[in-house]
Design a protein around this ligand. Structure first.
Ligand SMILES: NC(=O)c1ccc[n+]([C@@H]2O[C@H](COP(=O)([O-])OP(=O)(O)OC[C@H]3O[C@@H](n4cnc5c(N)ncnc54)[C@H](O)[C@@H]3O)[C@@H](O)[C@H]2O)c1
Ligand SMILES: [Zn+2]
Length: 344
């Protein structure tokens, strides 16, 4: 078992190990205490792991309640969020109690946002069960839901009190969902550590990615600069998700987004063609998509309703080489042409 400590507005531990899930109750009690534990999960994950978590929490004297959502990105909306906070109130959760996200990035983002705003903040624990949630969404404190106009438009920065990553929970992950997580792993490879392109044992991958994220968010918790690097592939990726009405999953959309943004970087002379070729190879090895049929105009229009936009510019992330990216301000008028280059 390894512990990575994240020092942000809250200092908290991310515990990574294999097979400690049944001790979650005791580990949570030690960090946050409280009487009521509200589990937020989706139906797939809860069916697989819900009973074990309830048993473990009850063993440590928690009174457990559960809020189960329909799996998938379409649940990540204001309606689910409002139902959840009303549920917490009905369960008489107090600020000393704890909200526990058990699942992938969708339950994690919704539960985190509820924990941030219910009574102006309750304790919050993440138990990620997807690779994507382990390497990315459970750490760093971004929480939120989608609005009709775009992804993650309503949310808060709210760090968890504890993150428990038990890699044994990944054994039930469908292949395609595993690939979604690999898209974010490859993202870390491009922005910070080329060695992530090589075959690496799972626990080591998770370890490396969380350390990269820890280093970035401790320097820039509220994304005024360096943290934007983590959005590599996401400007175009979010647009693809939105245009597909979330039928294209987050990781798959980010994979295509990384290709488009890297190809654009090559055409702007920011990086070498080999960087694009290496990216295409590693994405295909991981059965991830590399192209889209959406037009540059449609993609650009959605990007411009994205929250990452300032008045007349948008910050994009471009590779210089595998392992190093830069931030570049793009004027709104240039964006469509840049995406056009990226789609060629
Ligand atoms: N907050 C952040 O910093 C951050 C970072 C990256 C992504 N995200 C968000 O995360 C979301 C994507 O996360 P995701 O890919 O985990 O999606 P998800 O939570 O929808 O999970 C994907 C699917 O896998 C299933 N699943 C999860 N764990 C399982 C397991 N152990 N066994 C079997 N099935 C399992 C789920 O039921 C679901 O059907 C997006 O909304 C994205 O915007 C947030
Ligand atoms: Zn992402």
């Amino acid at each position: 078992m390894e512990t990575i400590t994240v020092k942000t507005s809250k200092t908290y531990d991310v515990v990574i190990g294999d097979g400690f899930f049944d001790d979650a109750g005791a580990m949570i009690r030690k960090v946050v205490g409280g009487q009521v534990a509200a589990i937020v999960s989706d139906k797939n994950v809860f069916t697989l792991y819900g009973k074990r978590l309830i048993d473990s929490l009850e063993k440590d004297a928690y009174q457990v309640s559960k809020f189960i959502i329909t799996p998938g990105e379409n649940s990540k909306n204001t309606e689910t969020f409002l139902r959840l906070v009303e549920f917490l109130a009905a369960e008489k959760l107090s600020r000393c109690d704890v909200v526990i996200a058990l699942g992938g990035g969708v339950p994690g983002d919704i539960a985190g946002f509820a924990a941030s705003s219910y009574m102006r903040g309750t304790h919050f624990v993440q138990i990620p069960t997807s690779l994507l949630a382990m390497v990315d969404s459970s750490v760093g404190g971004k929480t939120g839901v989608n609005l009709t106009l775009g992804k993650n438009l309503l949310g808060a920065f709210y760090q968890p009190n504890l993150v428990l990553c038990d890699v044994s929970l990944l054994s039930t992950l469908p292949e395609e969902v595993f690939a979604d997580g690999m898209a974010e792993v490859i993202k870390y490879g491009v922005i910070a550590d080329k060695s992530l392109f090589e075959p690496t044992p799972l626990a080591e991958i998770i370890n490396k990615c969380i350390k990269i994220k820890r280093d970035i968010v401790t320097k820039d918790e509220f994304e005024s600069g360096e943290r934007k690097l983590l959005n590599f592939g996401h400007t175009v990726g979010h647009a693809i998700e939105k245009l597909s009405d979330y039928k294209v999953s987050h990781g798959h959309a980010v994979a295509i987004g990384m290709v488009v943004e890297t190809r654009a970087a090559v055409s702007m002379g920011l990086c070498d063609k080999s960087c694009l070729n290496d990216l295409l190879d590693v994405l295909q090895e991981n059965k991830l998509p590399i192209q889209t049929t959406y037009s540059a105009k449609d993609l650009a229009d959605v990007c411009l309703s994205d929250k990452k936009r300032d008045a007349d510019s948008i910050t994009m992330v471009f590779p210089e080489k595998t392992g190093k990216c830069i931030l570049k301000e793009i004027s709104v008028s240039e964006l469509e042409a840049i995406i056009t280059e990226g789609l060629m």
